[in-house]
Structure formats: structure tokens, C-alpha cells
Ligand binder design. Sequence first.
Ligand code: MF3
Ligand code: CO
Length: 248
Amino acid sequence: MGIVTLKRDVAAVRESCRIVRKVLTELAQFIQPGVTTAEINALGRDILRAEGAVPSFLNYNGYPAAVCVSINREVVHGIPSADRAVKDGDIVGIDVGAYKNGYHGDAAETIMVGSVSPEARRLVEVTYEARSLGIAAAVHGNCVGDIGHAVQSCVEANGFSVVYQLVGHGIGRKLHEKPQVPNYGKAGKGMKLSNGLLLAIEPMVNAGASGVRCLQDGWTVVTDDGSLSAHAENTIMVNGNEPEILTA
Ligand code: MF3
Ligand code: CO
């Protein structure tokens, strides 16, 4: 479980998370129609290294890139490719992890490219709202289920569905630590949250049904029904009744 109390450890995880946000900000500015997903990955990888960080995802269980790029019906873990260019109207999930001084940071955004459909825009906006509400529930004394409940309630009230097969996670010295942080749940259930706990809260939201499957490449997760999907993630630290959003 990633629990940080020492000043030095808090400083280290803040630094990794600052780098993750820097990469996401620069990638968001870079993404436009015609840019390939391989170029997105290369830029992200280069910024991570220039900041003295190791890309958390590269070679993780064999994942072949530094940045996951997941477009439209792709939910998460899309593999960058020189043959895949971003188009006007796409929604492009970018997911970045940085490892430095013994700690990981992990965050994701979904970028709207050019003029996206009203449905796609609403999906992305609801996904960000769900992330904010999930984070707001991550207060000392609450439970993991409170986070999932907040996410799921927001998503379903807007007519979308959460993904059940993939979850957020504890984070710290390892990319994935306990506890699992589902995007569904019951208020008051699950592990109690306490100060210093590091969590990656990451709603994955489908416009259609909740089912997903993995493509032949072994990584790319897509919606079963082909509907659009959006992903937003931040790394936070539980801190009294106001979580610190480390990747803000
Ligand atoms: N943010 C994702 C996660 O927490 C990214 C992992 S990609 C992987 O699972 F390649 F590292 F698996
Ligand atoms: Co994550």
C-alpha cells in the first residue's frame, strides 16, 4: 500500500506527479489532426527523460511504449503506432506514468481533437466530472467504496456506463499497489482511507454498454459495442478532508 508520511517521500511523489502533468500538458498542445500516435509517444518519452524520470509504463508487463494512446472506442492501453494518425473529431486518451526518486505518478486525460460530436464532448465532460467527484470522496475516514459510488452515480445519472473490468489503484513505490479502486461501489464499503494514502483514481466511461474486450495485440482495450469511451486519471494523496491532487 502506498502510504507516505516522511517529508522526503512526499516530495518525491510530488515531483513524479509534477512531471506527469507537464507531459500531459505538452502532449495536449501537440495533438492535432495528422499527428501519429507514435509521435505522441516519442514526445512524451523524451520529456520524461529530460526531466530525469523513467517512463513507468515502458516494459511494464511487456507494454512497449511510454504513453498509452487510446482513440474513440479504445478504452485504455492503446499501443502507439507510426501508422495511426489522429483525425479531426477524435477523442484521444493519453495516459502517462513517471518514475523518479523511488516513486511513481500516473495520470490521464482525454483530448478532444478539432470539432468533436456533441455526444463525444458530453462523454468527455462527464468523465472529468466523475473524476472530480471520485477525488472529492477520497477523504480521511471514508472508504474505497465511497469513491466508486461517487464515480458511478455521476456516470449513470448522465446515461453512460462505467467499465467494471478495469480499476484504479494504490500507487507509490510500485505503479500498482493496494487497494484496487473500482469505478463502482457502495458508499461506506471497502477499505478505510487514511492520511498519506496515494491513489490513482481513473474513471473509464463508455457512451454505450459497460462491456470491454482486449484486442489481439494483447493490450488495447476496446468497448464491446464499438461505442466511444473516455478516460481521466489523477494521482492523489488522502489528506484530511481535502485530497491533494498531485498530478493537478
Ligand atoms: N494508468 C494505467 C494503469 O494504471 C496505465 C498502465 S499501462 C501499462 O494501469 F502498460 F503500464 F500497463
Ligand atoms: Co493508473
